[in-house]
Design a binder for this molecule. Sequence first.
Ligand code: HEM
Length: 469
Amino acid sequence: MKSGHNLYMANENKRSAFTKATTFVKLSGIPGPRGYLYFKYVRLFQKNILQAFTKVNKEYGEIASFPWPMNSVIVYSPKLIKEILVDNNRSYIKGEQIEEIRAVVGNGLATNNNHDSWLKSRKLMAREFNKKSVKKFYDIFSKECHKSISQISSQKISQVDICEVMKLLTFNIATATTLGKKLSSEDAVKVNEAVHYTSIVTYERIFQFFPIPYWVPTLKNLNFNMHFKNLNSIVKGIISEEKNNKNASGESILEKLVQAKDEETGFSFKETELRDEILTLLIAGHETSAHTLTWAFGLLAKHPDIQQKLYFQIKDLTDPEEITNHPYLIQVIKETMRLYPAFPVLSRKANQNLKLGKYHLDKETNVVIPIYVTQRSTEYWDEPSTFNPDRFEGDSGEKLDKSYQYLPFSRGPRRCIAELFAMDEMCLIIKYFITELQFQLNGELPEDIAQVSLKPKGGMRLSLKTRVK
Ligand code: HEM
């Protein structure tokens, strides 16, 4: 049976076990483990991917190779990363992992590997993420934030899993900005569960050598397809409602995208393309910010001196423009993303035989960039494990922003389209929460695990005190 939307089965996923099993690339000129050692690393990757990437870097330096069936190189050096993401970006497509994510979001912006159609979409979508468009969302950011804070305050709770709070808050923001109206509570639960379940399954499959196709009726596949069906029908329902809505005010991203047309080329989105873009925004747009905020609150709780310094600097600000431009607040977020980048690993695939530095890569080689490791490497950072927002101060901060040792939003043409949106959203959320609540951490920060985005294992429990003003 073939996958297809009308059957409510996952989108077609080109990462077939057969293609994977029969693809061989030559990696002989690039150091890396072989034989027994190779399988030891594979086991470590399956057990703890971040530890594995860190160990590979320590053993092999700027680049390491893992031949069949991984057919991969792992790249750590800023110079080589620049070559991949920017200078020679047209020689790469998005990595193989994207095929698993495609099963959920189809051919949306983040997963589209056809350069021409990606560029058309990127051009239309970019308008919705420039400063002027993002500013229009400030009211939504503030309203949702205050709702969340008053819920916490009214319950008079003294401990909270801030990860759950942030996931709900950024989910509400993502639906309000993207869809323009609240989902019914029943649909909101379905979308939330679906996003959660599909991202866990996607993550598991990324590290399986030969994942079972979605049409095989295993329990997991049946559940996945059920969640996919929910996502698909809810989003399609909203799109067709919007298409027939003669009174659209054009304020949500969806409304804008329904109406969007490129004046030069006449390109506009078809229904399935719209569905893919909307699902992409819902999925890319909430866990990333939620997890970054979770780590930010965790780090601030662990460092009360930094929390107090931030509090005194921002407590009296009222103008959202001032808040979103506040240097120390931005430094805190940047330093959080250095230690805990929402996407700890970027990935690409060579779409032709090419040169990377002095190395030769065959077409089809998977190229993996664990920015998590580069952003914590003693080679590029003083005391990398210390949370120190001051490293992003002034000129040195600007230099870091331009460097390739720091790339939480990636770089080059495929960099995050919503960097401004995410930064402003996070600035406002931190400001409103820190002004009302003081966070404390009992013990150590939880372990970080990479499940597509970087999350705290078991959540992030923090103690709360209402601030006396
Ligand atoms: C802290 C928050 C966020 C971080 C750290 C982040 C990070 C990233 C990164 C690293 C990429 C590029 C991956 C690569 O080069 O392979 C990316 C792409 C993307 N992000 Fe974000 N993101 C965040 C928030 C958001 C939000 C809020 C949205 C939507 C509202 C969003 C939408 C996208 C989209 C659509 C792409 C694909 C762009 C393309 O390929 O043209 N992101 N993001």
